[in-house]
Design a protein around this ligand. Structure first.
Ligand code: ADP
Ligand code: ZN
Length: 606
């Protein structure tokens, strides 16, 4: 019999297991229960798929969403593995054939929803050899989790009906209570708990502070240009923002879709499908997007607004880079978001918990130390190293003596009797004759224009820093006016000095004023067209043809990583082709010749 390692190579084309995978597989092969906690993209599926391939009978995989099942079944079939799904989308004839194939032992993995499993269970008890149960998204069983699904609670009968069949429960998000709930409700027997690392080192982390809409769009366009023809997600807080932003991006030549709860299910499905199949490259979405999709080649995830918690932030950036390739994440953070989110929190049922969550999110955004350490720490994982792949590690903030700036700002606030908010303070400091300034007569203040030499948006940044450092606070119950704290007064009256971080906006520098209109086509022409790049495009085209012929998303045929390796290594024999990352025997035998033909053709024409 083959070892798990051999199966990993022959079916999936991978050379080595990720941490924990092999341990989990061996555990399940011994017929024992397990609870697996690993981040999105961590590689949970292989933990039950490989035992399913090694054991006799059919593995039953419970999954909450048809789209997820479909995606996994397609990926398995593309690797030559017999997988099926019984769901409400099938007609009864198809389901009957699938049942018969399962009974004959021809199906290694059967994907099914929890409610459907309950209606199918009778024949399974009588006529089916079941190798194992895998319960995907197992946190859905807990009322304490955020995706509670009542249908999941019925899964408790599995161990009553099938006492000797191992159950492996898998999830990416579970706190202590949820974990206990999963074990109890599934009635797991002495389950071993496997907790994978939550680190996703291929995701770079970057935060931009205090950007106005114009600056955000400019920065986003830089990111999009770095990833031409590649996919990305931009999360916004409000529907209206998604629409406005999408319009701006479209005007700049980006193929973009919108996704939010106000759209019909049909509209949402269409956007999702177009995205998965690379017909649109960017989706601008509210938080609802991404739950039911498994797209592995999302190359950037941008948060246009501050998320409400580190959990949601991490889950959302986790939708990027599931193939392990370098992926950019970028978070914009400004005080308006803070104010909006604070209002949500005040209106929410669980004010204290949500406030704490928002605070931790804010701390992340304001961090002056390695951001990944903050994230991992949040998930109770500690590390003694800086990551080298976040903005703080790459360019540590530099400081200057900002005492004078702080004094000017605090004095401006004091002179209005602390009756102004964020924007108005910046306007007074910069000396802007806005309608609000003149309405209140603030242009007559001694501090009006005291900071004229500092750009308006830099004042916004400095004020945010003063807030972070506790010189200022926002009175949420008083129209969000700014109040000077006792610590702030120490600086104001010269008893303490204050350091501020130097603002660096290298990516906003405009070389040429005519560069205002972004043009994707021109930018494309500027990319150095190395030979590999040409070959890469040809290989990508072939991948697209195969994907379309099979009605699959492109990444099911082959991951971007495999495609890049093909373009670099340029294998011209089947054997060499089979050595490429992610190419198992089935893909080698099915598509090898066609890819090799393209490579040979390219090599000869050089
Ligand atoms: P999860 O279910 O944990 O979100 P998946 O099981 O979908 O993650 O795996 C994410 C990606 O990682 C998939 O493309 C999968 O093929 C890939 N992967 C899993 N294990 C390995 C491995 N050992 N080596 C390389 N890639 C892997
Ligand atoms: Zn770092």
């Amino acid at each position: 019999m083959n070892t798990p390692q051999q199966i990993l190579k022959s079916y999936y084309g991978y050379d080595r297991f990720r941490p924990m995978q092999e341990e989990i597989i061996r555990h399940v092969l011994q017929g024992k229960d397990a609870l697996v906690l690993m981040p999105t993209g961590g590689g949970k599926s292989i933990c039950f798929q490989i035992p399913a391939l090694m054991l006799d009978g059919t593995a039953i995989v419970v999954s909450p969403l048809i789209s997820l099942m479909k995606d996994q079944v397609e990926a398995l079939r593309a690797n030559g593995i017999q997988a099926e799904t019984i769901n409400s989308g099938n007609d009864e004839f198809t389901n009957r054939i699938i049942r018969e194939r399962c009974q004959r032992g021809e199906v290694k993995l059967l994907y099914i929803s929890p409610e459907r499993l309950m209606t199918e269970i009778t024949w399974m008890v009588q006529d089916l050899e079941i190798s194992l149960f895998a319960i995907d998204e197992a946190h859905c069983i807990s009322q304490w989790g955020h995706d509670f699904r009542p249908e999941y609670t019925q899964l408790g009968i599995l161990h009553e009906k099938f006492p000797t069949v191992p159950i492996i429960a898998l999830t990416a998000t579970a706190d202590k209570i949820t974990k206990a709930d999963i074990v109890e409700r599934l009635q797991l027997h002495n389950p071993q708990l496997f907790i994978g690392s939550f680190d996703r080192p291929n995701l770079s982390l970057d935060v931009k502070r205090g950007y106005a809409a114009k600056d955000k769009i400019r920065t986003i366009m830089h990111v999009i240009r770095r990833h031409l023809h590649e996919s990305g997600i931009i999360y916004c807080l409000a529907r209206k923002t998604t629409e406005k932003l999408a319009e701006k991006l479209r005007a700049n030549g980006v193929s973009v879709g919108i996704y939010h709860a106000g759209l019909s299910i049909e509209e949402r499905n269409k956007v999702q499908e177009d995205f998965v199949n690379d017909r649109i490259h960017v989706v601008v979405a509210t938080i609802a997007f991404g739950m039911g999709i498994d797209k592995s080649n999302v190359r950037f995830v941008i948060h246009y607004n501050l998320p409400q918690s580190i959990e949601s932030f991490y889950q959302e950036i986790g939708r990027g880079g599931r193939d392990g390739l370098p992926t950019e994440t970028l978070l914009f953070y400004n005080v308006q978001d803070l104010i909006t989110l604070r209002r949500f929190v005040d209106d929410s049922g669980q004010k204290e918990i949500n406030l704490e969550k928002l605070k931790r999110m804010q701390e992340y955004a304001e961090a002056q130390v390695c951001r990944r350490r903050i994230l991992l720490n949040y998930f109770n994982e500690t590390t003694d190293r800086n990551c080298g792949n976040c903005d703080v590690c790459i360019s540590p903030p530099k400081h200057f003596d900002g005492t004078e700036h702080v004094q000017k700002a605090l004095s401006a606030i004091m002179r209005t009797k602390e009756q102004i908010g964020f924007t108005l303070t910046a306007e007074i400091l910069h000396g802007t004759y806005s309608s609000e300034v003149t309405a209140k007569g603030y242009q007559l203040l001694k501090t009006f224009g005291a900071g004229r030499d500092v750009p308006f948006r830099d004042w916004q940044d400095y004020l945010l820093q003063m807030l972070q450092m506790g010189f200022l606070e926002i009175a949420y119950n008083e129209d969000r006016h700014l109040k000077v704290t006792p610590l702030g007064k120490e600086v104001l009256y010269g008893r303490k000095r204050a350091e501020l971080a130097i603002i660096e906006r290298e990516d906003l520098r405009v070389r040429n004023h005519k560069e205002r209109q972004f043009n994707l086509i021109e930018e494309d022409a500027g990319i150095p067209k190395t030979e590999n790049k040409v070959l890469f495009e040809r290989l990508r085209e072939l991948r697209k043809q195969i994907a379309e012929a099979n009605h699959w998303p492109a990444y099911i045929v082959m991951s971007d990583k495999s495609l890049h390796m093909l373009a670099t290594e340029q294998p011209t024999t089947l054997q060499a082709f089979g050595e490429i990352f992610g190419i198992g025997q089935h893909k080698r035998d099915t598509y090898g010749e066609r890819f090799i033909a393209v490579i040979k053709d390219f090599v000869q024409s050089e």
